[in-house]
Write a protein that binds this ligand. Structure first.
Ligand SMILES: [Zn+2]
Length: 374
């Protein structure tokens, strides 16, 4: 059995399409990973997540370590068995969410001590503890523990943070390698930092490449810098990373972000947007996002998206979705989340086919014409 392999089937400009092969299954790239924060992709059964076209989902170390706890998940047979998903799972390191969600953080060279946002209890996350938690969860793709600073800070602050993240990447690699049987079937990804600075991004990429990882993530983007600055950074950041390894843009994004990032050489994505929006009444369509709470849908008997083959669009009208969301019915969140996940996976499938057939530029142009047509 192959622990981890990445076969690139075709390239078109900077865009690539391929397959990541792992013991729990193949991941078609460019790939979108639905976010399963607390061992659940909110409002979705796992079999329906799979039916939408997802090859891999993401789990959050920060949430799972606090509730139900990594040791408890391990006693219950691991995250796959616990949550009912038998294909690959990528877990983040907890680094980003400990910065964004927890209280009373203290960052030292050792790691981050923090108070849980649930009950105030004190915890330490370090490279070693993050690797241990991700091993206890049974993660297939483990992420290095890093610090994700705000992008609007002075260059020397960003530089010092990036350099510490690179030392933490080495410690993550060593701790992962010491993980016994888990290290023989799981993969470890490094995370490039350096905010919007080309030189710092290059130094980070070189440090990670020296250590050696199965794949490389681009961290520290989609943190409020805006799409223009993100794309400007993606004009150089992916090319600084090894061409024969998957490149994963963390926490991105809107459908038009995904198209622009694939265009710049990114292979993997995760984002809460399709699921969170589904609960908030926002549906994604080939003609742009639609707010289902808007009164104009109240007597619209058509589907949310004419081109969408998902179970929601096949069976239910815009009028019904509008009614469910206006009434606060939980089925409204379920049906719209399912559509949104299908939409994201259809977008990825469309990009994969276009790259394979050498017509990605035309695909992207058609997508933008329809998506932004108003
Ligand atoms: Zn649909």
């Amino acid at each position: 059995m192959t622990r981890f392999a990445f076969d690139i089937h075709a390239t078109d400009g900077k865009a690539r399409t391929g397959t990541i092969r792992m013991m729990r299954g193949d991941i078609r790239t460019p790939a979108f990973m639905p976010v399963g924060t607390a061992a659940t992709v909110k409002a979705m059964k796992m079999e329906d997540v799979r039916a939408s076209g997802a090859d891999i989902i993401l789990g959050n170390t920060y949430h799972l370590m606090l509730r139900p706890g990594a040791e408890r998940v391990a006693r219950l047979g691991g995250l796959h068995k616990f949550g009912g998903w038998d294909r690959p799972i990528l877990t983040d390191s907890g680094g980003y969410q400990v910065m964004s969600l927890s209280d009373l953080r203290k960052i030292t060279e050792e790691g981050v001590t923090f108070a849980s946002h649930l009950d105030g209890s004190r915890h330490l996350l370090s490279p070693e503890r993050s690797m241990e938690i991700q091993r206890l969860l049974g993660s297939d793709i483990v992420m290095c523990f890093d610090e994700c600073p705000r992008a609007d800070q002075p260059r020397d602050v960003i530089a010092r943070s990036m350099e510490m993240s690179m030392r933490w990447a080495r410690r993550s690699r060593d701790a992962f390698n010491a993980g016994g049987e888990h290290a023989e079937r799981a993969a470890l990804f490094g995370i490039q930092q350096g905010a919007l600075d080309e030189g710092l991004r290059k130094a980070s990429a070189d440090a990670l490449t020296d250590i050696g990882f199965d794949g490389y993530a681009i961290g520290g983007l989609a943190v409020g810098e805006g799409q223009e600055a993100m794309f400007a950074t993606l004009d150089f950041a992916p090319q600084q990373l090894p061409a024969d390894r998957p490149r994963y843009l963390m926490g991105v994004g809107k459908p038009d972000d995904l198209v622009g990032a694939v265009e710049r050489g990114v292979d993997m994505f995760d984002c809460v947007l399709p699921t969170r929006s589904g609960r908030n009444g926002q549906g994604f369509t080939w003609n742009g996002p639609v707010n289902m709470r808007n009164a104009r849908h109240a007597e619209d008997t058509g589907p949310l998206d004419e081109r969408c083959p998902c179970p929601t669009c096949t069976k239910y009208s815009r009028a019904y979705l509008h009614h469910l969301h206006k009434s606060g019915e939980m089925l409204g969140a379920m049906l719209l989340t399912e559509h949104n996940l299908w939409f994201y996976q259809q977008l990825m499938a469309g990009m994969r086919a276009a790259i394979a057939e050498g017509r990605f530029a035309a695909f992207a142009a058609d997508f933008r014409r329809d998506y932004f047509a108003r």
